[in-house]
Design a protein around this ligand. Structure first.
Ligand code: HEC
Ligand code: HEC
Length: 258
């Protein structure tokens, strides 16, 4: 916070100092600590398991372990439900301090796994604005039938990836890159140069989306060269930890045709 407040006054001067401390805190800022997850296990067992069950699935329409809720989306929503109660008192309001709240949320977000990773989930509507604006995500990605095809279609990404995987994609795309999605550059024996993103490959052929968004299938026998890039096709998203949490929340709402 200190750092962010100063940045708005002296953007250029303080950039380096803030950047290095942001780097050092990268994981801490984006995730709950494992101490919090373990404290959350204790609180959950004492205060919540009676109604929600040890697996979090005893209340109709709610599965806490899998992150399936009726109304809750963000971590702030979770805090509000736990502090305020729900369903006209069928769930009581809990008088927890900030640390206890963070702990029980961490345990839920870690999927009830004390060894797990608990990614912070922010506000989906702010995330949508960032996705379409500052993040330039729609320059490459398609959602709900709108946008280019050069990068993976994200229309149902919320069903296919975990919060931890989505967060990694934003913070460190190199580490998140699936081997099959690698950028490729092919030259055919007719000297056509094709760049794109590999979708599939077997012994004799390779399928890709080329840079014009066309699906292509090529026989390896027709290729003069075939290079697979080890570099990801994009840089980390230009977001701070809160913005990453918001965009993760938005991506989790993308669940295909509703
Ligand atoms: C006395 C029973 C009871 C206890 C104890 C209880 N809950 Fe609930 N909880 C409920 C019921 C019932 C609902 C369903 C509310 C509804 O139908 O919308 C619920 C709903 C929820 C929801 C889902 C809200 C949504 O949008 O779907 C969350 C999250 C939740 N509880 C978390 C907790 C946590 C964390 C604790 C422990 C700190 C806890 N609950 C303790 C009964 C309980
Ligand atoms: C320059 C183009 C480009 C931009 C801009 C871009 N991406 Fe990507 N993204 C890709 C490509 C290409 C891949 C496939 C993996 C790779 O090659 O790195 C990908 C992969 C992903 C994946 C993983 C898909 C899967 O199936 O697992 C997610 C999630 C994602 N991007 C989200 C975003 C978000 C959110 C933004 C905006 C902050 C964004 N991307 C901006 C090109 C882009």
């Amino acid at each position: 916070m200190y750092c962010r407040a100063l940045k708005t006054i002296l953007p250029g001067l303080l950039f380096l100092a803030c950047y290095s401390s942001a780097q050092a805190q990268e994981l801490g800022d984006h995730r709950y600590t494992s101490e919090a997850i373990q404290a959350g296990l204790r609180i959950y067992t004492q205060e919540c398991a009676l109604c929600h069950g040890p697996q979090g699935d005893l209340v109709d329409g709610v599965n806490l372990r899998l992150g399936q809720f009726r109304n809750v989306q963000s971590d702030d929503d979770l805090r509000a439900v736990v502090s305020g109660g729900a369903a006209e008192g069928r769930m009581p309001a809990f008088d927890f301090d900030a640390e206890e709240l963070a702990a029980v949320i961490a345990y839920i977000r870690a999927g009830f796994d004390p060894e797990g990773v608990a990614v912070r989930v922010g506000d989906a509507s702010r995330g949508k604005t960032l996705f379409e604006g500052k993040g330039n995500c729609t320059d490459c990605h398609r959602v709900g039938g709108v946008g280019p095809r050069t990068a993976p279609d994200l229309s149902d990404i919320g069903l296919r990836r975990t919060p931890a995987n989505l967060q990694l994609n934003l913070v460190d795309p190199q580490a998140a890159l699936l081997p099959i999605n690698r950028p490729v550059r092919l030259v055919t024996i007719n000297e056509e140069v094709i760049t794109g993103r590999r979708l599939n490959e077997d012994t004799y052929s390779v399928q890709l989306i080329d840079s014009n968004g066309q699906l292509r299938s090529l026989q390896k026998a027709d290729l003069a060269s075939y290079a697979i890039s080890e570099l990801p096709s994009k840089s980390p998203a230009p977001f701070d930890a809160d913005e990453v949490a918001d965009v993760v929340a938005y991506l989790l709402t993308l669940r295909g045709v509703q």
